[in-house]
Every structure is written in structure tokens, then in C-alpha cells.
Design a protein around this ligand. Structure first.
Ligand SMILES: Nc1ncnc2c1ncn2[C@@H]1O[C@H](COP(=O)(O)OP(=O)(O)OP(=O)(O)O)[C@@H](O)[C@H]1O
Length: 319
């Protein structure tokens, strides 16, 4: 029995299953003359996973997040959100809006009253809100519940939004560039808290970020959008096996490059590391390992830069 069908009791409702989401041929146009912000996007967010949502500036990530959270409706196509087998149109759907939490850069907080007022608001709005977790996170980020968010630094305000997103325990939680202004220790504290709470309370997390190197270890699935189109949507492991990294004596490494596309190249003294695009066959892998090279997967960041590069307009990165 899920929370929707459970009889009403004084105990908090048990959380429903993690939500998934499906987009089919979704087009979003902000104005009739505008280019499409999403242009025929089709993808699935698997329930119970952490999905990295990646794209260059203006790619359509925030637009996609707004659709999932029912902040807007697509111009055409379908958006469905919900627990397995119960996917529904989230727009003007109280069940869905109650169970989907979007944390945006802007924070979605009452700026001119105490942080505690915002916490009380979310405690009433989110059925699975964990007040103890919220208090612990505010403590960790050194945020006073008595302070007004308008008087907080940008980083503290972002951290406040991150804490709200985690404490909401929503079956689908979307963090849209939540880290803005947060210093490195705060960002890492957020990633650690996210992983720890996700392990204890499985749900679906979508994490949009430009700091790919920093967050890619969290991803189970990866969605890359570019100019409103879905370039890939697949498990992070599949993304990482779209290329290979080789590390070892420079001369030896170069022998394996042999006409392949190089995504990244680093050299330190006689040691080189190259990231190559394209699957590496079992024989090649065995040959490279046998020759003493370290064979690794491709960093998501390198692949992302490669996939979204604009020929002729982006400066080739000197590495
Ligand atoms: N309210 C709006 N009115 C008109 N156009 C908009 C609006 N919001 C977004 N757009 C346009 O839609 C496209 C996608 O924007 P979106 O904010 O979804 O991208 P994004 O991937 O989140 O970008 P960024 O990484 O820079 O935040 C862009 O061309 C943007 O200019």
C-alpha cells in the first residue's frame, strides 16, 4: 500500500516509492518567435537513482527541471512523473507537486522573514519532511534559523536551499545548480550529506551542475542536453566506457593513441595520460595492460566537453 491509498492516521505517511519521470517528444517555447528551449526531448529518469543533468549554458536544464516540478507545461509532447506504473501528468496535479521538490539557484525561500519561517513552510508542504535533518544541516552549514535569507551571503543562501532539498525527502528531488556561491568545504559537505541520506532513504535525485569533475562520482545515470536536444541519457558506467584513459610512460602511451581521437592529454616528466574517445576492445585493453599501462574509464567531464564542443567556435583546449 502506498501513501496515497493509506488510511489517514496521526502518524506521518510512509514515503511512496521513489518517483521516475518520462519525457516524450517534449518541445518548450517561451515565446512564439523563440527558438525551442527543449526541442523534441525524449528521456527517462529511472526511479531510485541519482541522475546528473548536464548541459552548456542555455542548453535547457532549468527548463527540464521546471517541467518535472510542474512549474510549467510543455508546448507539445508529454511529461509524466510518479512511482513505477503510476506515472501521471504533473501539471496542476497536487499528488505530484507535493512529492517533487525543486531546489533552484534562486532558493525559493522567504527572503525577508526568519529562515525558520521557510522551514515551517516546507515542513507543512512536504509530507516526509525531516525536521531533525534540517536542523543538523543548518548547524553544519552554520546557518542560524533566526537569520533572514536576504541577509545571508550567497553561499549560505545556497546552502540553505540545499538543506531544504535534502530535508524534504521528496520521492523526486531536483537540485538545479544548487552549489552557486558555496565554498568547497560546504559543497563537499552537501555531497556527503546527500549520499548518506540517499543511502538511508532511497529516492530519485536529479542533480544539475557545471562542476562535473566534482559531482560525477555521485552519478548513477547521466543525461546530456545540448541546445534543447538530448545527446545521451544512459547509465554513468556506459558513459564512462565510451572512451578510455591510458597512463604510463609517454612513448608507450602514444603508441596506443594511433589515429584515435584524443579528448585530453596530460604529461608530467616522462609519464603521460591520454583520454581517448571510442570503445577500447578487449584485445587492445589486454595489450595495453600487458605493456604496463594503467587503463581507466573516461572522465564524464572530458566526454561532455567533447560532445558539446562547437566546431569552429570553441577554442580547442590546450592541454
Ligand atoms: N523565461 C524565459 N523566457 C524566454 N526564454 C527563456 C526563459 N527561460 C529560459 N529561456 C531560454 O531557454 C533556453 C534554455 O534555458 P535554460 O535556462 O533552460 O538553460 P540552462 O541549461 O538551465 O542554462 P544555464 O546552465 O545557463 O543555467 C535558453 O535559450 C534561454 O534563453
Amino acid at each position: 500500500m502506498n501513501a496515497r491509498t493509506a488510511p489517514s492516521t496521526s502518524a506521518p505517511p510512509s514515503p511512496p516509492e521513489p518517483f521516475g519521470a518520462q519525457l516524450r517528444d517534449v518541445v518548450v517555447r517561451y515565446g512564439s518567435d523563440d527558438d525551442a528551449a527543449l526541442d523534441g526531448a525524449t528521456l527517462t529518469i529511472r526511479p531510485g537513482t541519482i541522475t546528473g543533468l548536464l548541459g552548456r549554458n542555455g542548453a535547457g536544464k532549468t527548463t527540464l527541471a521546471a517541467l518535472l516540478a510542474a512549474f510549467r507545461r510543455p508546448t507539445s509532447g508529454t511529461v509524466r512523473v510518479g512511482a513505477d506504473g503510476e506515472l501521471e501528468d504533473p501539471f496542476e496535479n497536487p499528488w505530484s507537486t507535493t512529492h517533487v521538490q525543486l531546489v533552484r539557484e534562486s532558493g525559493d525561500v522567504w527572503g525577508d522573514s526568519k529562515a525558520k519561517d521557510t522551514l515551517d513552510y516546507y515542513a507543512a508542504l512536504r509530507p516526509h519532511w525531516d525536521a531533525d535533518l534540517a536542523a543538523r544541516l543548518l548547524d553544519e552549514f552554520e546557518i542560524s534559523p533566526r537569520k533572514h535569507p536576504d541577509q545571508m551571503s550567497r553561499g549560505k543562501r545556497s546552502a540553505f536551499g540545499a538543506a531544504i532539498g535534502l530535508a524534504s525527502r521528496a520521492p523526486l528531488t531536483i537540485f538545479d545548480e544548487v552549489y552557486l556561491g558555496m565554498d568547497a568545504p560546504s559543497r563537499y559537505a552537501f555531497y556527503d550529506a546527500l549520499l548518506a541520506d540517499y543511502a538511508e532513504h532511497p529516492r530519485t535525485i536529479v542533480l544539475s551542475s557545471h562542476l562535473i569533475d566534482e559531482v560525477e562520482r555521485l552519478f548513477e545515470d547521466v543525461v546530456v542536453i545540448d541546445r534543447g536536444k538530448v545527446l545521451l541519457a544512459e547509465p554513468a558506467e556506459d558513459v564512462r566506457s565510451r572512451g578510455v584513459s591510458l597512463t604510463g610512460p609517454a612513448e608507450l602511451v602514444e603508441r596506443f593513441v594511433d589515429g584515435r581521437e584524443v579528448l585530453a592529454r596530460q604529461r608530467l616528466g616522462g609519464t603521460a595520460q591520454v583520454t581517448l574517445f571510442g570503445a577500447f576492445g578487449t584485445d587492445e585493453r589486454a595489450a595495453a595492460t600487458g605493456a604496463g599501462l594503467e587503463v581507466g574509464s573516461v572522465p564524464v567531464q572530458d566526454l561532455f566537453v567533447h560532445l558539446t564542443r562547437r566546431p569552429g567556435s570553441d577554442r580547442e583546449e590546450a592541454r
